[in-house]
Design a protein around this ligand. Structure first.
Ligand SMILES: [Zn+2]
Length: 352
């Protein structure tokens, strides 16, 4: 005990922490336990240390990642050793994350970065006792607590997705490629709302078929150029005669149910913010004809909406791109508070 006090005094730190663990009976309020505390907005390591009565050196000792960098973010969870009475209750919740292996990565380095053990990484990824990993592979890992919010980083053609959230199941839609249905929370919400609303409006309608969005960590996946940051969504057309779209097959313009497809598209345009849509020219004309016939949009709006209609052409929201006679491609705007999200040149929010 003398040594403990002496080193504390020599370090110039007031000994707020109680004596070492062996001094307190197990299970008692003063027993030292390992807990996780959350980083609050604006926190520095020093502020966090002071709040929990520990030192910055302690934090570095208990959290390997802090030995490399002091960078912490709101929502991060750090290990601290605290008397049981002061430790926050550990939630049973856990979440699954994905890590893309980059050239030069080692299993030990990744484990430190993710704050997990090498053994756990081997176990979660069925690596046995092997340390052999390859750049380009994706490692799965499990963390306690609540999943951090998903983040769309960079541009749709160059970016990635952090902590992607799976679209999951819902009323009114089905997934063509469930392994590629990762996005951010806001878009999960709007996709589910608008497909369900269309489903309720047309009682007994076939489901809309949703194709690729992004991989769990985003990034490149063939055959797409974009779809890298969780904000690009391939979505089938509703088909005439209430045919269930199950394959995203090639369509002729007259096979599209424009009434239902417009109700859904209008919901996306009014409930959220679209910056780009790709549709085959034939489907653009088919939908513009439908909207004109039913006096749902005036010429000024049709011109701004469709490249294939009116004068504005390349400034329109909806552009032609090859292979979009099988589905529409919707690109949603960045979250307004996501500083690392970027739009493509020329992509701007469309207001109906
Ligand atoms: Zn697409």
């Amino acid at each position: 005990v003398t040594g403990y006090l002496l080193s504390t005094i020599m370090a110039g730190v007031v000994a707020l922490a109680p004596p070492p663990a062996e001094a307190a009976p197990p299970g008692s309020e003063t027993e030292i336990v390992e807990a996780r505390v959350e980083v609050r907005p604006g926190d520095t390591l020093t502020a966090l240390a002071v709040r929990h009565g520990v030192t910055v050196d302690d934090l570095r000792r208990w959290n390997a990642r802090l030995r490399e960098s002091d960078l912490i973010r709101a929502g991060d969870r750090l290990r601290v050793h605290l008397p049981r009475a002061l430790a926050p209750a550990e939630p049973d919740e856990q979440w699954v994350g994905y890590y893309d292996i980059k050239p030069g990565d080692t299993l030990g380095g990744i484990a430190r970065k993710l704050d997990v053990s090498v053994g756990d990484l081997q176990h979660w990824n069925k690596l046995g006792r092997s340390h052999v990993i390859r750049a380009g592979q994706t490692l799965r890992y499990v963390r306690p607590g609540a999943r951090p919010p998903a983040r769309s980083i960079g541009r749709p053609t160059r970016g990635r997705l952090l902590h992607g959230v799976h679209l999951g199941e819902g009323r009114g839609y089905r997934l063509r490629f469930p392994a590629n249905a990762y996005t951010i929370e806001r878009l999960k919400g709007v996709l589910q709302r608008c497909t369900e609303r269309t489903h309720r409006r047309f009682e007994g309608t076939a489901d809309i078929l949703i194709g690729d969005i992004s991989r769990p960590t985003g990034g490149y996946f063939p055959p797409h150029q974009s779809h890298r940051s969780g904000r690009d969504v391939d979505i089938g057309y509703y088909l005439v005669d209430n045919e269930q779209n199950i394959t995203l097959r090639r369509l002729r313009a007259h096979e599209v149910d424009y009434e239902k497809t417009w109700v859904m598209l209008r919901c996306f345009l009014t409930e959220d913010r679209l910056v780009r849509v790709f549709m085959d020219t034939a489907m653009q004309r088919g939908m513009a004809d439908y909207l004109r016939r039913n006096e749902l949009l005036d010429e000024e709006r049709l011109d701004r909406l469709f490249e294939a209609v009116g004068e504005l052409r390349r400034e329109a929201l909806v552009r032609h791109a090859p292979k979009h006679d099988t589905h529409m491609h919707l690109r949603f705007a960045c979250d307004p508070d996501e500083s690392e999200c970027e739009e493509e040149d020329g992509d701007v929010v469309f207001r109906l």
